[in-house]
Ligand binder design. Structure first.
Ligand code: SF4
Ligand code: SF4
Length: 288
C-alpha cells in the first residue's frame, strides 16, 4: 500500500485544494483528512459517511455549585490558571483546564468532578473516487496529534478491507506533533508552498522534518506567477537540495470558481492551465 502525504509549513498555501484535486483523479483510493484542527476537505469531496465515532479529548473539571463552600483552595492550587472567581462563584474554564485532577483531589466537600469531552469525532465513508476518513476536533480542544493517529489507522484498516492500494493524506500545516503524526511511515511527501519569503522559510523547515524521518519529498509551488522572482529562488534552492520541483501551479480564477461550486479545478475547468498542471503532478506522484 502506497501512502502519500501533502503538507505545507503554514496554512493557506492551497494544500487542501490540491489534495482534493489529486483525490478525484485516476484510480479509486482512500483519502485521509488529517488537518483535524481545520478540516475542510469534506466540503470539496462531500463524502457520504457510513460510520461516525466520537473522540474523547480527555476529562475536564466542573464544579457543583450546590456543594461548593467557596473556600478558594482549588483556585490557589490550579497551575493552569483555569479557575476564576466571578459573579460570586468559582468556575472552571473548559479551554484552560488541563484535566490534571488536582482540584478534584483537594476540594474539601468533593464539589469537583471530571467530565469527559466528546465534542470531537472521526467518520468514514465513500466519496466520488473511493473512500474517505475525516475528523473534527471540537473548538478549543487539544490532542490533535492523537486524533490524526486515529484517522491514519482507520484509513489503513479501511484500505485493507476495501482493497485500496493508495492512501492520500491531507496533512496539517506546520511542523508540530500533528504534522509528524501525519507523515510518519509514508512513502512520499509532497511539500506545497507559495512564492513568498515566509512560504519559502516554512518550506525549508518542513524539508528538515521530512529529511529527519528519511521521507522522499517533492515540491509544488502554488500560485507561482504571483511572485516569479521568489518562485525562481525556490526553484534554485530545490535544485541545490536535489529536491524535485514537480509542479508550478498558476493563479487562476477557475480554481476559486471551482471551490465555490464545491468541485475541484480538474473537475470544474479541466482545460485550465492549473488543471493541466495538476494532472502532470498526478502522473508524477502516482507513476510507480
Ligand atoms: S475547592 Fe471546592 S469548595 Fe473550595 S472553592 Fe473550589 S470547588 Fe468550591
Ligand atoms: S483539573 Fe487541573 S487544570 Fe483543570 S481546573 Fe483542576 S487543577 Fe486546574
Amino acid at each position: 500500500m502506497k501512502q502519500i502525504v501533502i503538507i505545507s509549513g503554514k496554512g493557506g498555501t492551497g494544500k487542501t485544494s490540491l489534495s482534493a484535486a489529486l483525490a478525484t483523479m485516476g484510480e479509486p483510493l482512500t483519502v485521509a483528512d488529517c488537518d483535524v484542527d481545520a478540516a475542510n476537505l469534506h466540503l470539496l469531496l462531500q463524502p457520504s459517511d457510513q460510520s461516525r465515532q466520537s473522540f474523547s479529548t480527555g476529562a475536564k473539571a466542573v464544579i457543583d455549585q450546590q456543594l461548593c463552600t467557596q473556600c478558594g483552595a482549588c483556585m490557589d492550587a490550579c497551575r493552569f490558571d483555569a479557575i476564576r472567581y466571578q459573579d460570586d462563584r468559582y468556575t472552571i474554564s473548559e479551554t484552560s483546564c488541563d484535566g490534571c485532577r488536582l482540584c478534584m483531589r483537594i476540594c474539601p466537600p468533593d464539589a469537583i468532578s471530571m467530565v469527559e469531552r466528546n465534542g470531537s469525532y472521526w467518520a468514514s465513508g465513500t466519496f466520488r473516487n473511493g473512500w474517505m476518513v475525516h475528523a473534527r476536533l471540537a473548538p478549543g480542544e487539544e490532542n490533535s496529534g492523537k486524533l490524526v493517529n486515529v484517522v491514519r489507522e482507520q484509513s489503513r484498516l479501511l484500505s485493507e478491507e476495501r482493497g485500496m492500494e493508495t492512501i492520500l493524506i491531507d496533512g496539517p500545516p506546520g511542523t508540530g506533533c500533528p504534522a509528524i503524526s501525519a507523515m510518519s511511515g509514508v512513502d512520499l511527501a509532497l511539500l506545497i508552498t507559495e512564492p513568498s519569503h515566509s512560504g519559502f522559510h516554512d518550506l525549508k523547515r518542513v524539508k528538515q522534518l521530512t529529511d529527519g524521518f528519511g521521507i522522499p519529498s517533492v515540491v509544488v509551488i502554488n500560485k507561482y506567477d504571483l511572485n516569479e522572482q521568489v518562485s525562481n529562488e525556490i526553484g534554485a534552492w530545490c535544485r541545490s537540495e536535489h529536491l524535485p520541483l514537480i509542479g508550478r501551479i498558476p493563479f487562476e480564477p477557475a480554481v476559486v470558481e471551482a471551490m465555490l461550486q464545491c468541485r475541484t479545478v480538474v473537475e470544474w475547468a479541466p482545460r485550465s492551465v492549473a488543471a493541466r498542471e495538476i494532472a502532470a503532478i498526478h502522473r508524477q506522484i502516482f507513476k510507480s
